[in-house]
Design a protein around this ligand. Structure first.
Ligand code: ZN
Length: 213
């Protein structure tokens, strides 16, 4: 009897300490390969929250690989067609972004874990910006032309590098998401993007049936 109780305790203990929250596991497992993208103002609780780092157990988990694959698929789907996405945009408040690297041959989309911007380099200049979570708007935001970032690769390797050009802008936009900041908070002007508004006619913003939070 005692042994059964101990085993039960161990089982419960393992479940509670695998690193992921029940909500995160629900999102990762229940989402279609094309994930629901959080939008303002309906999902402001998620989009305005501060995201936390992954721990070693989540980094080593199969769920992380599933999440990376589904986020990549979502970002590149014609219905979104973005150049970057942050984990809160799929309902996960973790420090993870996917960024299209305009500065690399073939413009690969790469994942960056536990990312932080160490420094903004150069003089800020204004440029156009939009966000999958704030349709169908666009705005003008002042961003640094170069950033130094530190992050983990999916295999856990720590990297520090400097990035410039359009990808540097994307990193600033996506990393803001991890601190609950939207580009509209920083924009000099925000306006409706008529082309995007036309594209979005008929697009469903309905959450999946399992999305109960
Ligand atoms: Zn965004």
């Amino acid at each position: 009897m005692k042994r059964v109780f101990l085993l039960l305790l161990l089982a419960v203990g393992c479940q509670a300490h695998d690193g992921w929250t029940a909500w995160e596991k629900t999102v990762i497992e229940q989402s279609d390969s094309l994930m629901y993208v959080t939008v303002m103002p309906a999902d402001s609780a998620i989009l305005r929250a501060k995201s936390i780092d992954f721990g070693p157990r989540e980094l080593a988990s199969a769920q992380l690989q599933t999440l990376l694959a589904k986020m990549h698929r979502t970002l590149t789907d014609p219905s979104q067609d973005g150049v970057g996405i942050a984990a809160p945009q799929v309902g996960i408040n973790r420090r993870l972004v996917l960024v299209m690297r305009y500065d690399k041959p073939g413009k690969p989309i790469e994942p960056y874990l536990n990312i932080k911007i160490d420094s903004l380099l150069g003089e800020k200049t204004p440029g156009p910006e939009g966000c999958l979570s704030v349709p169908p708007y666009r705005g003008v935001v002042r961003r640094a032309p170069k950033v130094q970032i530190s992050y983990l690769r999916p295999d856990g390797t720590p990297v520090t590098e400097q990035v410039e050009g359009y990808s540097a802008i994307i990193f600033q936009h996506e990393c803001d998401h991890l601190d609950g900041i939207l580009y509209t908070d920083r924009a000099d002007t925000v306006y409706i993007n008529q082309a995007w508004a036309a594209e979005r006619e008929g697009y469903s913003y309905e959450r999946p049936a399992w999305w109960k939070r």
